[in-house]
Design a protein around this ligand. Structure first.
Ligand SMILES: Cc1ncc(COP(=O)(O)O)c(C=O)c1O
Length: 325
């Protein structure tokens, strides 16, 4: 099935038809992976379409760009407006949001400085990343033979296109071996993250997740889950997680914008807990989806409503679209 694109893509401030959104083959990003991007979601909540943690995503995009010395003339509010405008222009109710900054067409060589920094925002429909069934049943994963990047090689905190060469190796290996996902270790052999998700384990009702020093992407869903878990009274530690801690955990789950909150039922064919979604995972899933589905008040100000008539329904701490520049 061809890629289910939407009508229009935002490219350097202009809306371009999906079929015309081309870049030249000599663009630097194609040859050297010189792009940084984001993946966010807009949900159709009962109060209207709302982007989840749009500010945090756009801030991470700016941080990724800063690490790679890429400058672009949009501030945080400008980025958020560009995303909201693109969703409105496409009249989307819910969608996956992919902003990208990349080194474009000027010269080819490792040095990217002479190449322009260009930007685009694409939207498309994207359901449950690891399958709807996996949200309840859990999925089977393996520990990848590929490690995550060493800290002094490619910066894991930057969501850069180059890092996804490593993710793709992890994912291809997992699929080839009959698993849904691969969990990578860091270069010290401790648990890092999945190819596109952060990981949590639960032992004796305490949650543990690898630290930012284990070559993970600082996930926005990870941050939400830490916050929601603490709201629910659980203790959460960000710590070094040895591989074997996963095997003997009561529960393991992965989180991310695409994967949302997905339980893991086996690792390397070793059953996790009783081999199905555990009670802590279920409680956190519910807390997460309740915010998205508008079942609980958005007390953390995580939702930004897209359409003007809905912005007045925002949570008190949310920023109304109309109030920005
Ligand atoms: C490598 C990696 N780790 C973690 C995550 C989860 O991050 P977030 O929750 O911000 O989507 C992602 C998803 O983008 C990812 O690609």
């Amino acid at each position: 099935m061809p890629f289910p694109g939407t009508g229009k893509i935002w490219m350097n401030g202009k809306l371009v038809a999906w079929k015309d959104a081309h870049i030249h083959i000599a663009s630097h990003v194609i040859h050297y992976g010189s792009g940084v991007f984001e993946g966010a979601r807009c949900y159709a909540t009962p109060k209207g379409s709302a982007c989840f943690r749009l500010d945090a995503h756009m801030q991470r995009l700016q941080h990724s760009a800063k690490i790679y010395r890429m400058e672009y003339p949009l501030d945080l509010a400008g980025w958020q407006d560009a995303v909201l405008d693109t969703i409105r222009a496409n009249e989307m109710k819910s969608c996956y949001i992919r902003p990208i900054l990349y080194r474009g067409y000027e010269s080819l060589g490792v040095n990217p400085f002479s190449c322009p920094v260009d930007a685009a925002i694409m939207l498309w429909d994207w359901g449950a990343y690891l399958g709807k069934e996996a949200l309840e049943e859990g999925c089977d994963v393996q520990i990848a033979s590929w490690a995550r990047m060493a800290p002094n090689t490619l910066p894991a905190m930057a969501k850069s296109a180059a890092n996804y060469a490593n993710s793709a190796l992890i994912k291809m290996e997992a699929i080839t071996d009959g698993y849904s996902e691969g969990i990578a270790l860091d270069v010290s052999g401790n648990v890092s993250e999945g190819s596109g998700q952060n990981i949590f384990l639960v032992r004796d009702r305490i949650l543990h997740t690898p630290t930012i020093g284990s070559s993970i992407l600082g996930g926005i869903t990870r941050d939400c889950i830490i916050t929601l878990a603490r709201d629910l009274g659980y203790t959460v530690t960000e710590t070094v997680v040895p591989r074997e801690a996963l095997y003997i955990a009561d529960e393991v789950f992965v989180v991310g914008t695409a994967a949302e909150v997905t339980p893991i039922r086996s690792i390397d064919k070793i059953k996790v807990g009783n081999g199905r979604r555990g009670p802590v995972t279920e409680a956190l899933q519910r807390a997460f989806f309740d915010v998205i589905n508008g079942e609980t008040p958005d007390t953390h100000g995580w939702l930004t409503y897209v359409y003007a008539e809905e912005s007045s329904l925002r949570s008190p701490r949310g920023t109304p679209a109309a109030a920005r520049g």
